[in-house]
Design a protein around this ligand. Structure first.
Ligand code: GLA
Length: 401
């Protein structure tokens, strides 16, 4: 079994070649920023909890040059469209290139806007962008685009920001310009991940600890192909429910500022005091944060079986208490459970469709993949896309010679 990249052209190479054709000049740098899967810790980043994502071998590639003014010109290979805007013209909701702005350009525009708002002395860029992260599959293609452009703006104006600071600006961009109230997991994973490791992120302190994933294990990502139409509205709804649960618990115990503050061993009567469905939502979040702690310890102690059990338990909690699964995702997890080589399986990302992440013994990856894809095709009449990945490194910028 090969990695995902073996037979494909790297996005960064495609972007570099296209740059010459588009701008009749050499790019000065290339940049790559990966997508991510989350191993465990779902819907807890915006509750200041712990998460354990891994960057994957699917990525966004840029080639770019510094400009002396504050204009940004971007050609997208995937869409075969060019977007153009001036950093000083950007305001949330305003079109970036009249009329009509290409929809994908909202992400680079949002990042430029957030960095400008933070009073960073930005310079314009010419850039080409390519990528192989499937959009809409819950693998954080938008966070990767944001991080790639944040790194490009850092490079051309020599801003001296850390990778974590890039993630902060990208997160502000997504929340305040794009208007999606996500947590910071995806941006930190794309910016700060390390090769061969999962990132244990404390979403309160933003401390990141890198934990090795045993080389005998690989990740198999399976796309349910389910349209996630409901996702943004339901996502924001879950977030509001968590905030409401925290507010009510704070009235009972002033040590509670967010669900992160409810200890895993808190008496069940505390959460039972909440009206439905807030009790279930809180139970998921409190239990999930504890599962991340245990999963990180299991990885560090090489307790693979224990790690896998926690992944399955996370899925059950997302299905029954947080109610963000769907029939197709439950089916994929069930098929995963039956397949050869499985360690653990669960939905990954926001839910309501998208992908499952499966941790599988490296030697049995082909069998696993076939079993799950065959089973899914038999039931739903379509073959799911699958990818095999090892943990990839976070964002990087290289000079073009
Ligand atoms: C999406 C969001 C993340 C996180 C996950 C659920 O991916 O972008 O911030 O909340 O959903 O864990």
């Amino acid at each position: 079994m090969s990695t995902m990249k073996s037979s494909k052209r790297e996005p960064v190479d495609a972007a570099r070649d296209a740059f010459r054709d588009t701008f009749s000049a050499q790019p000065q740098w290339t940049c790559r920023a990966p997508g991510r899967v989350n191993l465990i810790g779902e819907h807890v980043d915006y509750n200041e909890g712990l998460v354990l994502p891994v960057a994957i071998d699917l990525e966004i590639g840029l080639a770019f040059r510094r400009r002396d003014d504050r204009r940004v010109r971007i050609h997208s290979l995937s869409f075969d469209e060019t977007a153009e805007f001036d950093i000083d013209d950007l305001a949330p909701g305003s079109p970036v290139a009249p009329p009509p702005p290409p929809s994908w350009s909202v992400y680079p525009a949002a990042v430029a806007w957030a960095m400008r708002r933070a009073h960073l002395p930005l310079l314009g860029i010419d850039a080409t962008i390519a990528g192989d992260i499937p959009p809409g599959a819950g693998l954080s293609s938008s966070a990767a685009v944001e991080i790639a452009f944040a790194a490009a703006f850092r490079q051309v104006a020599d801003l001296g920001l850390s990778d974590l600071e890039l993630a902060r600006h990208a997160h502000a961009a997504e929340n305040d310009f794009v208007g999606v109230r996500c947590g910071m997991m995806d941006q930190i994973a794309s910016a700060c991940a390390r090769r061969g490791r999962a990132a244990l992120i404390d979403c309160r302190s933003l401390e990141v600890r890198h934990i090795a994933l045993p080389p005998a294990l690989r990740m198999v990502i399976v796309d349910s192909g389910v349209d996630r139409e409901l996702r943004d509205s339901e996502y924001n709804q879950r977030r509001l429910e968590c905030e409401e649960a925290a507010r009510r618990l704070a009235a009972l115990d002033d040590g509670i500022a967010s669900l992160r503050d409810v200890p895993a061993e808190a008496p069940t009567s505390l959460l039972d005091a909440l009206p439905a469905p807030l009790d279930r939502r809180a139970r998921h979040v409190v239990g999930e944060i504890e599962r991340v702690r245990l999963a990180a310890a299991a990885l560090e102690n090489n307790e693979t079986e224990r790690f896998g059990e926690l992944l399955f338990a996370s899925h059950r909690s997302l299905r029954d208490d947080f109610e963000v699964s769907c029939e197709e995702l439950d089916t994929l997890v069930e098929l995963g459970r039956q397949a050869a080589g499985v360690i653990g399986s669960r939905l990954t990302g926001a839910g309501f469709g998208g992908c499952t992440v499966n941790v599988v013994s490296a030697a049995l990856v082909s069998d696993f993949r076939r079993y799950v894809a065959d089973g899914y095709e038999r039931l739903y009449g379509r073959r799911p896309r699958t990818w095999v990945s090892d943990p990839a490194p976070g964002v990087s910028v290289d000079p073009v010679w």
